[in-house]
Structure formats: C-alpha cells, structure tokens
Write a new protein. Sequence first.
Length: 258
Amino acid sequence: MTLARTAGRSKTISRLLCALIALYAVARLLSVFPNRVPMLAIVALQVLVPLTFAVIHGAVTYSPRAVLTFVAICIVIGNTIENIGVRTGFPYGHYYFTQLMGPRILSVPIFLGLAYVGMAYLSWILASLILNGALAGTRIVTVPILATAIMVAWDLSSDPVWSTVLHAWIWRDGGRYFGVPLTNFAGWILTNFVIYQLFAFYVRSRPISTQPAMPHPNLALLFYALCAAANILILIPLAGLPNISDPAGTQWRARSIG
C-alpha cells in the first residue's frame, strides 16, 4: 500500500471514529429526555455505538482477529459471570434485571452483555497509554490491573443511576453506595480483571503491535472523556426528582446519585 493510500485510509477511519463519537454524544443527550425517546432506543445507542467504535479502533490498533478475540472474551466472561450473579448472588450481590434493557439470553439482557465491550476497550486503551502500551515485563499484569480500576471507576458513576433511579436492574437488599451493595464493585474487579488478563496473554502471545499509532489513541481518549463528562447531564432529569428509595427502604437524594 502506498504512503498516499495509507494516509487516505487513516483519514477515513479517523472521520468514521469521529462520527461515532458525535453519535454517542447525541445518544447521551437523548437520555436527558427519556419520555420523548423510547428508553430501549437510548440504551441501544449507548451500547452499540461504543461497541462499533471499539471494533473499528481495535482492528486498526491491533488486528481484526485480535479485537474480535477481545469482543468474544468480554461477551463470554461478562455474560457467564452475570448469569451466575443473577442466579446465585455471587460475586456481585443479589439482583435481577427488569424489562428496561430489552430481550435476554438466559437471565441477562443482550444489551447488558454487549455493554461490556465498548467501555472495557476504552478503559484498556487508556491504561495501555498510561503505562506505555507494550505488554513487556510486569506490564502483562499492571495494564490489566489499571484497566480494571478505570472500568470500575466508570461503574461507580453509572450503576446507581441505572439501578436505583432507572431500575434497569434491582438490588434486592439495596446497598450502602446509593442503593448499590459494595459487593457489586468487588465483583466488577473480578470480572474485568479476568477479561483484561486473558486479553493481555493473547496479545503477548502474538506478534502484533501493542502500541497504538497516532492519531487514533487521541480519539479513544476523547470518547472516554465524553463518557465521563456526559454523566453531568444526568443531573438535569434528576433535578426535579424527590428522594428515591432503594428496595431496603433507604432514602437517597436524587441529585446526590447523579
């Protein structure tokens, strides 16, 4: 492939990724008006757009085979542990899903299983950039650990909204963190570390680049920053809500959850 074709392909991919970022921004704006747009449509956009971004960005950063492996690991591990969690309470705590997130595979909504992919990939890229990318030496473990911490930080901001406020899933006994049990975050640490460690071993075992090429890492960082900043929008629909009770009867200020 000539240099001109390579540059042209890179620009095309960058534009496509930017379009996905813009579409995700629209999806987050729509969540401010949940009564005007079907909630399932908002959920679909907020799940499928990051997933598409991850597949395209990952195919360029690593390889198509590698990113599909990442997707498979996320879906298999995420859905398996979520189904175990719903049935047994381990490792997250006792909870169940409502109809808000649409159809299910066994006990877990399809969109929930797919939701792991986009944010998990963005968290992985951010951790890789912070620790200089290449999975050499101790980074075979430290990159998965940092990626897990970044992913759990995202759940800290989103889980109370989707459970205590929107009731996409219900924590049967409530919890100390705005109606969410602390065991949920321990379960997230376990689940995501397994996902990242398996992918790290996969990447390490194959002769593919582990250091993303510019400018695409900047777009991944922008996407993650947008995900974080968009959480501020949650305050808008919560502003007029009264206190909210979790299943244990504990009262929470709606604005505090946002």
